[in-house]
Write a protein that binds this ligand. Structure first.
Ligand code: ATP
Length: 309
């Protein structure tokens, strides 16, 4: 039986936090080698890609909170993903992309990369391209180092620029409280501040933390809380001193671990269960130092098709 032709595909894609982000020395091209452990968490963008009339071209709309700073032109990562997929498969890009954002913008949760991953998957489904996971990852890696992980999700170790992804063995579900900020931090600015703070220091080649991998394998949130590490945290706090106050509130209320996610400014608190998550969310909200708070869990699967019309 022939497959009915799809006109529109919706892909749901989660944001990520970094349980470990170890940053190596600045390389000759200005970039840094990293070792990171990603975890996808239950905060999602929904990306809909719809075929439009021939010759209409590509358009992009964004809805959701705090999206005023997100471009709707060819600089949007989802737009670039669509162009790349259409060029690769010789398709005309007569498409509309609608992004409904919940992942904070410039929040260190790879929202732009998530939307790119979702667009790649949506176009694969919309045109029944049947690409393998490796082929989709390959396209993703051309757009940004976090994109391959956003396609697979779960828990994974990223090496190189974060784009060489291997799945990590992780058991159990972890509960997180996220302190979100409406004002993002620029990733390049945070790396530059990290370089400034490290001036004159000898920086070691980063290694994945055995303690952290053991904690994930053992489904041990206490041990995981003690193993969280982010080399960009000092730089993010230096640029945004209020982050230290937010981290302190989490420690006072007994979070198992507290960490700035990626380049920030999102702060992630690991808690024992949903009850503690609620208590900490209330404490953070009433502290007055946090823009908004949300409770999530992880790991969750990466980008996946949720609707086909
Ligand atoms: P990075 O992936 O660089 O670590 P981030 O996760 O902190 O960044 P993003 O939400 O991906 O933050 O946004 C970084 C910048 O990328 C935004 O300020 C915006 O100008 C641009 N951008 C391009 N496309 C998107 C998109 N689809 N969603 C959000 N931002 C986008």
């Amino acid at each position: 039986m022939a497959h009915p032709v799809a006109n529109s595909v919706v892909v749901r894609v989660p944001g990520k936090i970094n349980l470990q982000l170890s940053v190596g020395p600045k390389e000759a091209d200005g970039f840094h080698g990293v070792v990171t452990v990603f975890q996808s968490i239950s905060l999602y963008d929904d990306v809909t890609v719809t075929k439009v009339e021939i010759g209409a071209g590509l358009s992009l709309n964004i809805s959701g909170d705090h999206v005023h700073s997100v471009p709707t032109d060819e600089t949007n990562l989802a737009w670039r993903a669509a162009i790349l997929m259409c060029q690769k498969h010789d398709l005309s890009a007569d498409l509309r992309i609608d992004i409904n954002k919940s992942i904070p913008v410039a929040g260190g949760m790879a929202g732009g990369s998530a939307d790119a991953a979702a667009t790649i998957l949506a176009i694969d489904a919309l045109f029944s391209l049947g690409q393998t996971r490796e082929e989709l990852h390959h396209v993703g890696a051309q757009l940004g180092s976090d994109v391959p992980f956003m396609l697979s999700g779960g828990t994974a170790v990223g090496r190189g620029r974060g784009d060489q992804v291997t799945a990590a063995l992780s058991r159990g579900t972890y509960h997180w409280v996220l302190a979100l900020s409406t004002l993002g931090l620029s990733t390049p600015a945070v790396y530059a501040e990290c370089d400034r703070l490290r001036e004159g220091m000898k920086v070691a080649t980063p290694q994945v933390s055995d303690h952290l991998l053991q904690a994930l394998l053992a489904a041990d949130p206490q041990a995981l809380g003690k193993s969280l590490v982010n080399d960009l945290q000092a730089a993010a706090c230096s640029l945004r001193p209020a982050l230290r106050l937010i981290l302190d509130v989490g420690s006072e209320y007994g979070a198992l671990g507290s960490i700035v996610s990626g380049s920030g400014p999102t702060v992630a608190f690991l808690v024992t269960d949903e009850d503690q998550a609620l208590d900490l969310a209330v404490a953070l909200t009433s502290s007055g130092v946090v823009g908004s708070v949300t409770r999530v869990s992880g790991p969750v699967p990466g980008a996946r098709v949720t609707e086909v019309h």
